[in-house]
Design a protein around this ligand. Sequence first.
Ligand SMILES: Cc1cc2nc3c(=O)[nH]c(=O)nc-3n(C[C@H](O)[C@H](O)[C@H](O)COP(=O)(O)OP(=O)(O)OC[C@H]3O[C@@H](n4cnc5c(N)ncnc54)[C@H](O)[C@@H]3O)c2cc1C
Length: 447
Amino acid sequence: MQLDAIILGAGPAGLSIAHELQRLGSKVKVLETSDRAGGSIRTIRDGEWIVETGPNTLQTEGTADLEILKGYGLKNEMQFAHSESAKRFILSHGKLHTLTAHPASLLKSDLLSFTEKLRLGSEIFRSRKNPSNESIQDFMTRRFGKAAADRLMDPVVSGIYAGDPSELSMASCFPSIHGLEKSHRSVLLGLMQRPKADRRIVGFKNGMQQLANEMARPLLEHGALEKNCAIAEIKKEGGTWTVSWVDQTQAPHTATAPRFIITAPHWHWARLPLPHNIKQSLEPWHQSKVPSVTVVARGYKRSDVPHPLDGFGYLVPHNENRGVLGCLFPSSVFSDRTPKDHVLLCNFIGGSRHPDLAAQSDEQIRISVNRELSETLDIKATPVKEWIQRWPQAIPQYDGQQSVREKLLEQLESEHSGLHFLGAFRHGVALMSVIRRGHTLAQCFSR
Ligand SMILES: Cc1cc2nc3c(=O)[nH]c(=O)nc-3n(C[C@H](O)[C@H](O)[C@H](O)COP(=O)(O)OP(=O)(O)OC[C@H]3O[C@@H](n4cnc5c(N)ncnc54)[C@H](O)[C@@H]3O)c2cc1C
């Protein structure tokens, strides 16, 4: 089978590049080892409940991102977050503190003391420094003070990476904020001066799986997406990649193409039958940590939840010593996610600082979540529904070695024509960013 591109993995990265390549006239094949398309996207439909146990939302920036989503036929299927969910909470000293995107909300809140707020605001007068490979914790403490690092940034890092800010690299995890010190001397000054981005929090009427299904649909229609396949051999001869696999009936197949795109996550690379020299070059990626996270989604009767749930959800700083990283309020963000007079909560447990908690038994996890929801939201009732999803490897961690590992991929791509690596393991973990990069790369190939 002679193709234009062979793509490993039908997560958002693989689907986005394949969808766009096919739309532009290329012949592609996506090979997926599991029995479904969507990767980390996982929506459970249970009666009237629509429950996300992977990404709950994605964040678009500007109209170009919305156009990409519309291109999947989802124009009338998108849901935008209710304005009330612009409010977010951070737990501190056992109490929820309200924050919005408006800086005045931080000034009004008692999340930081008066002196700590002064320290944060004095960032505007701080001189520029350029320590190499600084951690998020060190960068935030240096620029904004320890209280802001511990109580503001730490929970955000938990929310995005389920990670430890003292291990993760500021430049790799938050390149645009990191770059503001260089470009404007002060991050606050830079934030004030940069044009306001038109960001929207987006979901889909039938959940995120609807996005994956619509990205996959034209590929399936053209026989360009194969699930349940086992990759047997990957070879490069001259400018051509040859991939052999067996399908679920054990029938063997072979395809050749000038482009070979790996979107399977890096923790699967050691088992890929890649040419020896490529496999060897990828070894540093085996050390890259990927913490486990367990998601516990729960449905309650509205009357059993005293808290108004008038926001997106809450995040928990590490020094609160709680069993959960945070809890989202999905039924407050989008309509029609629950039966009438019910609410949905989504708790995240584990991460790089508490892998032991993610690995607990369902019963132990239930006890932790009961305690947490009772203490923070005053919920004493038993849920009417519960769904538990375990992610043994959840989110890639961009630590101090990330830039070195990324350079390795660039080197491999320049040495082996047609080879590309695309996915959350590099250049950003946010779902929309992964999709946008796949879309853009396909357009670059087709030029
Ligand atoms: C619990 C959780 C919550 C999240 N919440 C959010 C959120 O709210 N907002 C947000 O923006 N992002 C969120 N993310 C991140 C986002 O989901 C990921 O960044 C995104 O799914 C990454 O897409 P990907 O295609 O790179 O990888 P994946 O989604 O991991 O897909 C990779 C695919 O490759 C397949 N594969 C593996 N090995 C092979 C092989 N050898 N050959 C072929 N195929 C293979 C896998 O089966 C899988 O289908 C969340 C992630 C998790 C886990």
